[in-house]
Design a protein around this ligand. Structure first.
Ligand SMILES: Nc1ncnc2c1ncn2[C@@H]1O[C@H](COP(=O)(O)OP(=O)(O)O)[C@@H](O)[C@H]1O
Ligand SMILES: [Mg+2]
Length: 294
């Protein structure tokens, strides 16, 4: 038995800690941040949200699930020694690979450009679930930064998470791609709870127009509405922060984009778990492993 497997065996014998119990009873909000089109700001939003949650006293774990092209580490200017790859190969446990980011956020780093990560197998997904459920850390929020598009991994993380935030920009292509993703998640997996963020908007009214267009389409063609979380304005401080590999919310706390992000995060926190699920929430939905044929 290798070291990681032995460690897992030991864990099984331990009594269930409060942190694990919390996850089993569903008191952890698991939110996937996703988009149809790439480059709409998912990674920036997810990382800054985790930081803002931490500022509000909530413990956030960030999962870099853009397994083919990970970049949370690049945005934060950190170089984690281990990543998801080591976990899935059984070489390390989850606690070995989690690193601490700004404001005390916990980050589960991924690896860029590794083929086996781009399409996780059923075995990999189960390993990840086992590790997440067994993790001995007290967390309130798990934010999942997914890849763009409609690949198996993206669909998987969106199905497994209990809440899905869809990010769009104001470009028509980002809207049509978002609609395509929502349609697939609904028709294939009956996901019906989508929250929208319009990023890089000129102002609130432009953003609301974008939301209304998408909401009209889901109402009309799929028969359900999507929820509007809010907008983040186009703000050159975002690009400046990315270039300097610092977090926007940390480097430019008074910027327009940070202020809007804070508002959205506060809104998210106000939504109690009861509002988004019927009391049968599990930490991560195990039943979806393999349901997309993998
Ligand atoms: N609100 C914003 N204002 C200006 N530029 C932004 C904004 N959000 C994102 N960007 C730009 O878009 C780029 C892509 O963002 P990123 O978070 O990496 O997108 P994704 O994860 O969806 O591919 C960033 O590097 C940044 O330059
Ligand atoms: Mg990204």
């Amino acid at each position: 038995m290798d070291q990681a497997a032995a460690m897992r065996e030991n864990k099984k014998d331990e009594t269930v800690s409060a942190a694990r119990r919390k996850r089993r009873t569903g008191d952890v909000r698991v939110i996937a941040v996703t988009s149809g089109k790439g480059g709409v700001g998912k990674t920036n939003i997810t990382v800054n949200f985790a930081y803002l949650l931490a500022k509000m006293g909530k413990k956030a774990l960030l999962l870099d699930a853009d397994a083919g092209l990970a970049n949370i580490d690049v945005i934060l200017g950190i170089a984690p020694q281990f990543n998801l790859c080591h976990l899935l190969r059984g070489e390390k446990t989850l606690s070995d690979i989690i690193v601490e980011g700004p404001g005390g956020i916990r980050i589960l780093p991924s690896a860029s450009g590794i083929q086996e990560m781009a399409e996780l197998s059923k075995g990999h997904k189960l390993t990840l679930l086992d590790e997440l459920e067994g993790l001995d850390e007290d967390i309130d929020f798990m934010l999942i930064d997914t890849a763009a598009g409609i690949t198996g991994n993206v669909l998987y993380f969106n199905m497994a998470a209990k809440e899905v935030i869809v990010v769009v920009s104001t470009e028509p292509t980002s809207l049509t791609d978002a609609y395509a993703l929502i349609k697939i998640l609904y028709q294939g997996y009956r996901t019906q709870r989508f929250m929208l963020i319009v990023n890089m908007a000129k102002d609130a009214s432009e953003a609301r127009g974008v939301y209304q267009r998408l909401n009209n389409a889901t109402n009309h063609f799929l028969g359900f509405p999507i929820e509007y979380l809010g907008h983040i304005p186009h703000d050159q401080n975002v690009a400046k922060a990315v270039k300097s590999q610092k977090l926007l919310a940390e480097k430019f706390p008074d910027s327009k984009a940070t202020k809007q992000m804070s508002e959205i995060v506060e809104k998210l926190c106000r939504k109690g778990p009861d509002e988004y699920e019927n009391g049968t929430i599990k930490f991560f939905d195990r039943s979806v492993v393999g349901s997309n044929g993998q």
